[in-house]
Design a protein around this ligand. Sequence first.
Ligand SMILES: N[C@@H](CCC(=O)N[C@@H](CS)C(=O)NCC(=O)O)C(=O)O
Length: 210
Amino acid sequence: MITLYDFPRAPSPRRARVLLAEKGIPHETVIVDLAQQEQLGEAFRAINPRCTVPALRLDDGTVLTDNAGIAAWAEAAYPEPPLLGVTPIEKAEIASWNARIEQEGFYAVAEAMRNSAPAMKGRALTGAVDYEQIPELAERGLARLGHFFEMLDAHLADRAFVATDRFSLADISAVIVTDFARVVRLKAAEEFAHIGKWRAHMAERPSFSL
Ligand SMILES: N[C@@H](CCC(=O)N[C@@H](CS)C(=O)NCC(=O)O)C(=O)O
């Protein structure tokens, strides 16, 4: 059985969870308790030496250790419904938006939260190596995140989906960063009208209640 290593409150494994649900890929779930630093323990390190979730163990024992690999595998193994685009242009637009949402959205919120939260002291970056917090980075992350949502809001002014004219991986990533930004008190779906309208439309998909 395919196994997803997951943690309910964390945004990165939610991306994989929603993707697997949208694709209808049967799997079991194992919770890695990030609150107890289980990701750094020997047992999980043996599964994913990068000490992060999501990780996805396939039937042949291969372990995919990030969302990029999980999405590439899922689309190749379960092409329907396509979430990475069908035409060359769609594939390019979705890849580009997904990368941009990661760089400008996810990294910004991570920068803001991990460099300020008391619980993240000494853990400003994920992974096996400990890094100290840099308070100025928290400030910069918050500013970058604000600019990211301004850009996304303007982009969504006249469109139903982020990257193309149908639902894609870029919408999954954008919904999850929008929801997660609440940890740094940025309620993007309330503060930005177009993001709010698109998020309400996305809420019709059962996968987003996961
Ligand atoms: N690039 C990775 C990022 C994964 C990631 O950062 N996961 C976080 C949870 S959102 C994690 O495992 N954190 C462990 C930690 O904080 O030590 C992916 O998207 O797959």
